[in-house]
Design a protein around this ligand. Structure first.
Ligand SMILES: C[S@@+](CC[C@H](N)C(=O)[O-])C[C@H]1O[C@@H](n2cnc3c(N)ncnc32)[C@H](O)[C@@H]1O
Length: 352
């Protein structure tokens, strides 16, 4: 466990799901070895005591966490209260003489405010500039330190920005930008969430036993894992190799059946699985429940004790009886609506 000092940090979560962004954030911090203590959660805003380096790393790794910052102060979302709180802060902790700083105020729900946001930004900038005796520069385009103000209903949180998710990088890995594509391919953001929920650690062995077009392998490799893929279909396996080659990611793939995995080691630390369920990808003749049961029994043999497995399944195919209780504890369950006729369960299992 990382023992650095903790600070109150703020996270702006994606509004795409109610429970997954927080679960993903906590899973990343656990896998990276950072302790944390959640202080508050209000829709898209979560605050926790955590090492700010952990908050930065987690935001850069996550699929569903948009921004992180340190909380220097919290006040009512009123101009006088905000400017009054600012006066009490010593900004020299974050901005050195001759540095450039910037201020950005953002509204979470696009709610109306009693102040003009642009005007408030410049007033905050002036207070900080005076606080630092004018020995610093204001720059919105290339600041050394960016201060982020977050309006969340009648609450205002303010402090130095730590990190933002790289939306463009995820977008560039979407199916239309890969050489091999089939409709069952998972969106990179969701693939990243599955990988993160499996608590995959940089440098460790990660397995996707139903690798398809390689969406999960790409995300696991992006965070620094040795990503190993299995698929029963040679067209998919060569397709996934093409995709990984395209992104210059090493490919460790094998034509194999997940039910009788050829892996003969207990060295796999994390597994994320997006199995077929016969709609847009084939189960090769097996019933979905039978395929899942046999595969879980095979994963139990190769996953390290204390390792995690995250599996995505349509709701109608999930039953707790499928999970070998002598091998796994159910750690978390989340349900996500994909479209009108498909709701997916994300189940996280811990190897006993
Ligand atoms: C839903 S797709 C995976 C999609 C993948 N996550 C992606 O991003 O492209 C399921 C994959 O499992 C493979 N598959 C089906 N039965 C299998 C089995 N018994 N063992 C291994 N792979 C299997 C299929 O060929 C298909 O590529």
């Amino acid at each position: 466990m990382n023992r650095a000092e903790t600070e109150l940090c703020l996270f702006i979560l994606s509004g795409e799901h109610n429970t997954l962004p927080q679960a993903e954030l906590c899973a990343i911090l656990e896998s990276e070895g950072f302790g944390y203590s959640i202080q508050s959660r209000d829709k898209r805003i979560l605050t926790m005591e955590v090492d700010s380096e952990g908050a930065r790393i987690a935001t850069l790794r996550a699929g569903l966490v948009n921004h992180a910052s340190v909380v220097a102060f919290e006040s009512r979302s009123e101009e006088l209260a905000i400017l009054d709180s600012l006066q009490k802060i010593d900004f020299s902790k974050w901005v050195q003489p001759n540095d450039r700083f910037g201020v950005k105020v953002t509204r979470i729900q696009r709610e109306p405010t009693e102040f003009d946001v642009d005007e408030l930004q410049s007033k905050i900038g002036s207070v900080i500039w005076e606080n630092l005796n004018g020995q610093v520069e204001i720059s919105l385009t290339a600041p050394d330190t960016l201060f982020l103000g977050v309006v969340n209903g009648n609450q205002f949180l303010f402090g130095p920005h730590l990190a933002s998710r790289d939306r463009r990088a995820f977008s560039k890995r979407r199916s239309p930008f890969r050489p091999f594509f089939v409709p069952s391919a998972i969106h990179p953001k969701i693939a990243r969430v599955l990988v993160n929920l499996s608590r995959a650690r940089p440098g460790s062995h990660f397995l996707d036993p139903f690798c398809g077009t390689g969406g999960l392998l790409l995300e696991a490799a992006e965070i620094g894992c040795i990503a190993v893929g299995l698929d029963i279909d040679s067209t998919m396996l060569t397709g996934s190799q093409k995709n990984l080659d395209h992104f210059k990611v090493p490919f460790y793939g094998c034509l194999a059946d997940a039910r009788t995995s050829p892996i003969r080691t207990k060295g796999i630390e994390a597994i994320a699985a997006d199995p077929p369920y016969g709609r847009s990808s084939s189960t090769k003749g097996d019933a979905v429940s039978s395929l899942i049961e046999k595969s879980l029994a095979s994963f139990a043999k190769i996953l390290k004790p204390g390792g995690y497995l995250c599996i995505a399944l349509p709701l109608e195919y999930f039953s707790e009886d499928m999970i070998p209780s002598e091998s796994f504890n159910i750690k978390e369950r989340h349900t996500m609506r994909i479209h009108r006729s498909l709701r997916r369960h994300f189940i996280v299992l811990e190897k006993k």
